[in-house]
Design a protein around this ligand. Structure first.
Ligand code: SAH
Length: 277
């Protein structure tokens, strides 16, 4: 059955951390929203932009509280519930819906499934980009992802797969791995097996873009050492050229010191703690 109402959905990248990392366009869509579907990665302070909208938590915990989602568990069930909510609010109720996603919606955000569901229901949609975690981590630690002459390619990868367990390869001069937080030691082993030299720089950054962001330097061989420090926190791991400290800064040097004076607003890099490997 095709709904005939005027509702639409804007997928909005909330950015990786604090509320002010959202784009102006994303903030505008939030202000206009009647219903906001959000999950756990986005800053609760964003609520101030749409105080009168109905905010629905579709993170794992939030979904469990909704009457028609039976229990926690199968991701497919959870995704189907989110799809159904989008169609219900934008399609059947004709609302202006924002689907707020941490970071950028197009990067490991299950955007494909939700766009498909809207298209199938004939509902209009738009995607507003956001700052993805890889970029926030690079900014926080002042480690440019591309480097003139040596770092011409960057890959965004996830180590986790549905069927094959943990996988890692060597596809670019800089690779950023998402969703590997619990398996850093195993990721290090996979990277070695994929041909990365043992002393390749490996940078782990957790909660990038938040006041308590944390970065630590390792090598591919010692990546497992990052496990305890970043435990329980969303973490990206940058491998290769883009993980290396800039010239003149040794591994473990305090990156915050040099930059502190120049910036007006306390930048994440000072507030983050930098722990030597
Ligand atoms: N769409 C999001 C990614 C969602 S997948 C984006 O574009 O950033 C969730 C994974 O993203 C986490 O497991 C972690 O690897 C990474 N992540 C999300 N927020 C992060 C943050 N603030 N700091 C470091 N990694 C983060």
């Amino acid at each position: 059955m095709k709904p005939t109402t005027r509702g639409r959905v804007a997928f909005v990248g909330a950015g990786p951390g604090e509320a002010d990392l959202i784009t102006l366009r994303g903030a505008e869509r939030l202000r206009a929203a009647e219903v906001v579907l959000f999950d756990s990665l986005s800053d609760p302070a964003l609520r101030a932009l749409a105080p009168d909208a109905r905010w629905i938590d579709v993170g794992k915990r939030g979904l469990r509280r909704l009457p028609h989602v039976s229990s926690g568990g199968a991701e497919a069930t959870e995704q189907a519930a989110i799809n159904a909510l989008l169609v219900e609010h934008a399609g059947h109720r004709g609302k202006r819906v924002v689907r707020l996603k941490g970071g950028d919606p197009s990067v490991f955000g299950r955007l494909e499934e939700e766009l498909d569901a809207l298209a199938a229901a004939g509902i209009e949609s738009e995607v507003v980009p956001g700052v993805t975690a890889a970029l926030a981590a690079a900014a926080a630690m002042q480690r440019p992802l591309t480097r003139r002459g040596s770092g011409r390619s960057v890959s965004l990868a996830t180590a986790m797969t549905h069927d094959a367990g943990l996988v890692a390869g060597r596809h670019a001069e800089t690779e950023v791995f998402y969703m590997a937080g619990k398996q850093l030691a195993a990721l290090g082993r996979r990277l070695l097996a994929a041909g990365w030299p043992a002393d390749t720089p490996a940078l782990a950054v957790s909660r990038a873009g938040w006041p308590d962001e944390l970065g630590s330097d390792h090598t591919v061989a010692t990546l497992g050492d990052a496990t305890v420090l970043h435990s329980g926190r969303p973490t990206v791991v940058t491998i290769g050229v883009g993980a290396a400290p800039l010239a003149g800064r040794t591994l473990g040097s305090d990156l915050a010191a040099g930059a502190a004076a120049a910036v007006e607003r306390p930048a994440p890099v000072h507030r983050g703690r930098k722990i030597p490997a």
